[in-house]
Ligand binder design. Structure first.
Ligand code: KG4
Ligand code: ZN
Length: 347
């Protein structure tokens, strides 16, 4: 079976082709077009510009993906597309494209949750990840812990009460005058700073709840002490980045390890755009090693938004004979709380 994956939920246009053969998944082609330079001048994503760009480049990208994999259109057996959550205008571009192509080719399509895609992204490179496991999804839109019992069964344990971790990185970077997206910039500068230079608070919340907005405010207070402007003091900037990042990572690591211990799993997964963060990987990996737990995370290419994870997730449901109806809608928000089975298959 060959699955075409399409992802346009935010500001990346992504297309992938995945083959399932003899119980193995092989990625035939994977393309991502970033819109970073379109949105950078605005310091954040402009939804209208994002959807217009998806319209312009989605079709040529699909053609390029097929060409690169040496696969003609009529060899595709099914299409998997992100239909939620995300920017509705952006989602509609990918979803409408997928529906039209499925109709034209007389093949099934399935709408999957972007979040479920991230939860499965580590499997693209590590097919033997054991179940049950704890998965920490950290991106620009989400921060959540799941107890994953098997493919398609995700028990939500807890999430952020305010900003997502990636959002906190982005907003803090903006305060520091570091541009958008801020995560990679903070990660880079933090390597030269002292994580103990500034004592930022560690949020104290029950169970598996997270909070990051207080940290962002704490950074603002330090900046305001310096006339409210991004600091010109390079050492202070690096120390601020390192101290802020350490506080975020301590919070994420502590809750993840608590979940792994309480649920007595054998493995921990880290996924989503913030999973690119070098210090977060280092710290979680070390904590898992001490607790004799296996630790998995995707390569940076599969941490941030990509269509391979969407093709992989939808591909599983297509293999089970499931598909979505033509009236499937795009949804801005969608909870994956205690979901059994694909959202795409039960709508
Ligand atoms: O998963 P993703 O590509 O898009 C969403 O679904 O949101 O995640 C993007 C987020 C952004 O907030 C970005 O700042 C963050 O991931 N990010 C990082 C790093 N690389 C990307 N955050 C911290 N450290 C990084 N190295
Ligand atoms: Zn994402």
């Amino acid at each position: 079976m060959i699955v075409l994956g399409i992802e346009t939920s935010c500001d990346e246009t992504a297309v992938a082709l995945l083959r399932h053969d003899k119980r193995r998944w092989t990625l035939l082609s994977n393309k991502i077009a970033s819109q970073e330079e379109i949105h950078t001048p605005y310091g954040g994503i402009v939804p209208e510009l994002a959807s217009r760009r998806h319209i312009e480049i989605l079709r040529p990208m699909v053609e390029k993906t097929l060409e690169e994999a040496n696969t003609p259109l009529n060899k595709i057996d099914g299409i998997s597309v992100t239909h939620a959550p995300g920017l509705v205008g952006s989602l509609l571009v990918g979803l409408s494209f997928a529906k039209s192509l499925a109709l034209g080719l007389q093949i099934p399509f399935i709408g999957v949750s972007h979040l479920e895609g991230h939860l499965n992204a580590p499997f693209l490179e590590h097919p033997g990840i054991p179940y049950p496991h704890i998965a920490l999804v950290v991106s620009g839109g989400h921060t959540a812990l799941y107890w994953v019992k098997q493919f398609g069964t995700y028990q939500f344990l807890g999430g952020t009460r305010d900003d997502a971790a990636g959002e906190a990185f982005d907003k803090t970077a903006k305060l520091l005058g570091l541009g958008y997206p801020g995560g990679p910039a903070i990660d880079r500068l933090a390597k030269e700073g002292n994580p103990r230079a500034i004592k930022f608070p560690r949020p104290k919340l029950p169970d598996y709840d997270f909070s990051f907005s207080g940290l962002k405010t704490a950074v603002r207070k330090v900046i305001e002490g310096k006339n409210g402007q991004p600091t010109q003091d390079h050492q202070l900037l690096m120390d601020l980045c390192a101290s802020f990042q350490e506080a975020v990572i301590d919070h994420l690591t502590q809750k993840t390890m608590l979940a792994a211990k309480k649920k007595q799993v054998k493995a921990v997964l880290l996924t989503g755009g913030v999973a690119c963060n070098s210090r977060l990987k280092e710290k979680l990996s070390e904590s898992c090693r001490r607790a004799t737990l296996k630790f998995f995370h995707p390569s940076p290419l599969f941490c941030t938004d990509n269509a391979a994870m969407i093709a992989y997730t939808g591909g599983h449901y297509l293999l089970q004979g499931k598909s979505s109806p033509m009236n499937l809608n795009a949804l801005a928000s969608l909870d994956l709380k205690n979901v059994k089975g694909a959202y795409g298959s039960c709508c």
